[in-house]
Write a protein that binds this ligand. Structure first.
Ligand SMILES: Cc1ncc(C[n+]2csc(CCOP(=O)(O)OP(=O)(O)O)c2C)c(N)n1
Ligand SMILES: CC(=O)[C@@H](O)[C@H](O)COP(=O)(O)O
Ligand SMILES: [Mg+2]
Length: 629
């Protein structure tokens, strides 16, 4: 079938299973080729081809509402809703978003990126429907990994008690990014594999189908028998106990099985969960055989070999951090690593393999991860919580209420700090400084390179109280780790380049553009000082007082939100000390930064050496005018 002719999913209603099967093959072939060029969440999408086709066949989007949890598995949905032409720009600057996007299509009724939100949103939409006496289906599609998220369980608790009409599609492929974990996963596994129940269930259904003109009474009795059978042969049906009818397990690659389950869910008066069993990566061997989570989402690859394109000259920041902490943990049993379902992204699998008893993957459960780390610290352990900046947002109250307020020795590795690029708005790590800087006790740092990172890790593992160290997505610089550096003291900044005309204050990766700008300014006869504000909190107040007293203009640069960022903190300090330095804060000003190449995004925002140079020149003109008057 010519996929490029698809504008609307309505045609699916007329397709028979053979035609659907052929269409599924065409879609898989397209996805494998397209993602080989652009990268993307290929594994997750290959697993939901038949499921997505069936949903669009048996429901009526956009009147019926599809809410894709996380949303990384919505590529087929996007193909069926007329967006195949945009796939060559997937997750690229101004291109197709890798997650559902309201502005892209009327069929995208809920945006995501962070997991476990679909059931709560579905509840809201279903209640609005009922209050307005509307009549459409609300269909959240949630994975077995996302189901481990606390929000999902909070929503199930409400949905079941309220008996709100909706069809929950549970896409169970036994994988989160890595293999899924937790008691929920184990329970689903028992249902998946309980062949005795499945056989009895099918035999019962076949028997009923064969009975001539079965009276409704007998059918009701038989249904109750079948349901009670579930209680006998399958561990307590968790969902039914919550008041949510359970249908499954359903073969997520069999159109007949899917049709039966979806249609019967539509007839039921109350909430239904359809437990669909799928294979992540189906149809592409490297992805299908993936046991660790490499093919969940990745960059461009060679189709024939599955080899990811683009050799790396050095290791990632994540690998550097995890391997360095691992070495400390080998010599100190108190050091334990905690990850909320990101052992692959945070490069903790080596730690997990070498020190399994000092490693915890708690599932997609950031709130639990943060407070568990607090509990570990309260008992004398030294927890290292590796967590993406964007996902730390999910555990903010736990960070405040449990970790910082009790001043506990938790060491937080804030991964993917700064712009992440392809994942876009929902994943940019640009809010953590703003929400951490307000906390009274925590120390917040960002190293300029791996040498300084090593010093910070040592500082953190010997510190009193909570410490957070942010680091970017991408690779370390590969500098010589044997270079000598002065010892790191808490709250100390470093002058990278002396200068008397203006001070440029930054930290982490943006120090590079600060140094570039200072070199350009030197060409123009301007002597710019560059300061490494490696301790974002506490700031180097002595150095700030020196700068304040000298009354030279100050430019701050951060790949982070301006409000609550370093620039704001320095401006507040100057105000409190009545310093009158002219200031320019360069950073992200009140917008959500979309997906795309990080360098292009930085340039658009004005985080560049040229904008530093321009700011310096205009500040110095102001200062000159001020001094003339
Ligand atoms: C709050 C939050 N934590 C972590 C992630 C990272 N993440 C994205 S997809 C994923 C696994 C989701 O597993 P599942 O729901 O089973 O979907 P599948 O990929 O298996 O289809 C994780 C951990 C996220 N998007 N949001
Ligand atoms: C969809 C999701 O949240 C994850 O798959 C995320 O995209 C991983 O990001 P990295 O690729 O930076 O590990
Ligand atoms: Mg899964």
């Amino acid at each position: 079938m010519n996929l490029y002719k698809i504008n609307d999913p309505g045609f699916l209603k007329d397709l028979n299973n053979d035609e659907l099967t052929a269409l599924a093959a065409d879609i898989r072939e397209f996805l494998i080729k397209s993602c080989a060029e652009t990268g993307g969440h290929i594994g997750a999408n290959l697993g939901v081809v038949e499921l997505t086709l069936s949903l669009h066949k048996h429901f009526n989007s956009p009147i019926d509402k599809f809410l894709f949890d996380v949303g990384h598995q919505a590529y087929i949905h996007k193909i069926l809703t007329g967006r195949i032409h945009q796939f060559d720009s997937l997750r690229q600057y101004k291109g197709l978003c890798g997650f559902p996007k309201l502005r892209e299509s009327e069929h995208d009724v809920w945006e995501a990126g962070h997991s476990s939100t679909s059931l709560s949103a579905a509840m809201g939409m279903a209640k609005a429907r009922d209050i307005n006496k509307d009549n459409y289906h609300v269909v959240p599609i949630i994975g077995d990994g996302a189901l481990t998220g606390g929000m999902a369980l909070e929503a199930l608790n409400h949905i079941g008690s309220d008996r709100t009409n909706m069809t929950i599609i549970l896409n169970d492929n036994e994988m989160s990014i890595a293999p899924n974990v937790g008691a929920m996963h184990n329970m689903l596994g028992r249902i998946r594999t309980n062949t005795q129940y499945n056989k009895v269930k099918h035999d019962a259904e076949d028997f009923l189908q064969r009975l001539p003109q079965v009276g409704t009474k007998l059918r009701d009795v038989a249904d109750k028998l079948k349901d009670s059978l579930k209680y006998l042969v399958v561990d307590g049906i968790f969902f039914e106990e919550l008041g949510i009818k359970y249908i499954g397990p359903v073969d997520g690659h069999d159109f007949d099985d899917l049709a039966r389950a979806i249609e019967s869910s539509k007839d039921y008066n109350g909430p239904v969960i359809v437990h669909v069993i799928t294979k992540k990566g189906k149809g592409y061997h490297p992805a299908e055989d993936d046991k660790i989570g490499k093919w969940h989402g990745l960059g461009p690859y060679k189709i024939e070999t599955g080899e990811v394109i683009g050799t790396k000259s050095s290791i990632s920041w994540s690998e550097f951090m995890s391997n360095t902490v691992l070495e400390y943990a080998k010599n100190d049993k108190r050091i334990v690593a905690v990850t909320p379902a990101m052992p692959v992204g945070s490069k903790l699998t080596k730690f997990q393999n070498e020190l399994p008893e000092q490693f915890f993957d708690v599932g997609i459960a950031e709130q639990h991860a943060v407070t568990m780390a607090a509990g570990l610290a309260a008992s004398g352990m030294k927890p290292y919580l590796a967590i993406y900046s964007t996902f730390l947002q999910r555990g903010y109250d736990q960070l405040l209420h449990d970790v910082d307020r009790q001043n506990l020795n938790v060491f937080i590795g804030i991964d993917r700090s700064g712009l992440v690029g392809a994942d876009g708005e929902t994943h940019q790590g640009v809010f953590d400084i703003s929400f951490i800087s307000t906390l009274p006790n925590i120390t917040l740092m960002m190293p300029r390179d791996e040498k300084e990172a090593g010093q910070m890790i040592d500082f953190s593992l010997n510190a009193e109280g909570p410490v957070a160290m942010r680091y970017p997505r991408g690779n370390i610089s590969g500098i010589d780790m044997n270079i000598e550096r002065p010892a790191l003291t808490k709250g100390s900044w470093e002058v990278l380049k002396e200068g008397t005309d203006i001070a440029i204050i930054s930290f982490g990766p943006t120090l590079d553009i600060a140094m570039e700008a200072s070199a350009e300014l030197k060409q123009a006869g301007i002597d710019a000082r560059v300061v490494n504000a490696r301790f974002i909190k506490p700031m180097d107040e002595n150095m700030l007082k020196d700068i304040g007293s000298s009354d030279i203009p100050v430019i701050t640069v951060e790949e982070s939100m301006l409000n609550g960022g370093l620039g704001s903190m320095i401006a507040g300090f100057f105000a409190d000390w009545r310093f009158k330095n002219n200031m320019k804060r360069i950073g992200i000003d009140g917008i959500y930064v979309e997906h795309g190449d990080v360098n292009k995004l930085l340039s658009d925002i004005g985080i560049s050496s040229s904008s530093i140079v321009e700011s310096a020149q205009s500040l110095l003109e102001i200062s000159d005018e001020k001094s003339e008057n």
